[in-house]
Design a protein around this ligand. Structure first.
Ligand SMILES: Nc1ncnc2c1ncn2[C@@H]1O[C@H](COP(=O)(O)OP(=O)(O)OP(=O)(O)O)[C@@H](O)[C@H]1O
Ligand SMILES: O=C(O)[C@H](O)[C@@H](O)[C@H](O)[C@H](O)CO
Length: 171
């Protein structure tokens, strides 16, 4: 039997505020690794989606069921294959909740200048409005040294960042 703390497959969390480029980067990374890709946004409750679409930031309580459902899916996936997943995972306690459900994971924390993120959010078609960006950045608790996160600056270009991430995670 496999315990959540002794998984056989690599699990990578791609985190950071809305619009920073998690989905774009994580899909490219998963493809380069031959890993499964899981999009965190697909596990929100309909209430959460409605709130975000209406420009209301999520509360800790609203994020709880989302994080639990996502962790459940990722745990099953990483039991079979290397898995890359996205989740804003803005606060330490959210990341701890994910670790509780999933086991060990590598953290890739994406950042970009606020103005660039805002520009990209305005340009895309998505339920998350650019007006929520400030609340995302305010809520963000950067990973602490004990989380061994790899920090990636997204204005540097997708291919360079994928290559750097592969090297740093040893793939
Ligand atoms: N390296 C890049 N160069 C140019 N545009 C990019 C790059 N990365 C992402 N984008 C664009 O920026 C927008 C936001 O990216 P993406 O949807 O991947 O962010 P996200 O962090 O997953 O957002 P959310 O958490 O809100 O789902 C998209 O329109 C995407 O096409
Ligand atoms: O924790 C949160 O505030 C939300 O989950 C957001 O970050 C969204 O998931 C997402 O990024 C929207 O596209």
């Amino acid at each position: 039997m496999q315990s959540p703390t002794s998984p056989s497959r690599l699990c990578v969390l791609v985190m950071g505020p809305s619009g920073v480029g998690k989905s774009t980067f994580a899909q490219a990374l998963a493809e380069a690794m031959g890993a499964s890709f899981i999009e965190g946004d697909d596990y929100h409750t309909s209430e959460n989606r409605a709130a975000m679409s209406a420009g209301r930031p999520l509360t800790d309580e609203m994020r709880q069921p989302w994080l639990i459902a996502l962790a459940d899916t990722v745990r099953h996936s990483r039991g079979k294959r290397d898995t890359v997943f996205t989740c804003s995972a803005l606060k330490r306690r959210y990341r701890d909740l994910l670790r509780e459900g999933i086991g060990e994971m590598r953290l890739l924390c994406l950042s970009a200048p606020r103005a660039l993120i805002r520009q990209r959010m305005i340009a895309r078609k998505h339920f998350m409005p650019a007006e929520l960006l400030d609340s995302q950045i305010e809520a963000l608790e950067a990973p602490t040294p004990d989380e061994y996160a790899i920090m990636l600056e997204m204005s540097e270009g997708l291919d360079a960042n994928v290559a750097r991430a592969l090297k740093l995670i040893g793939r």
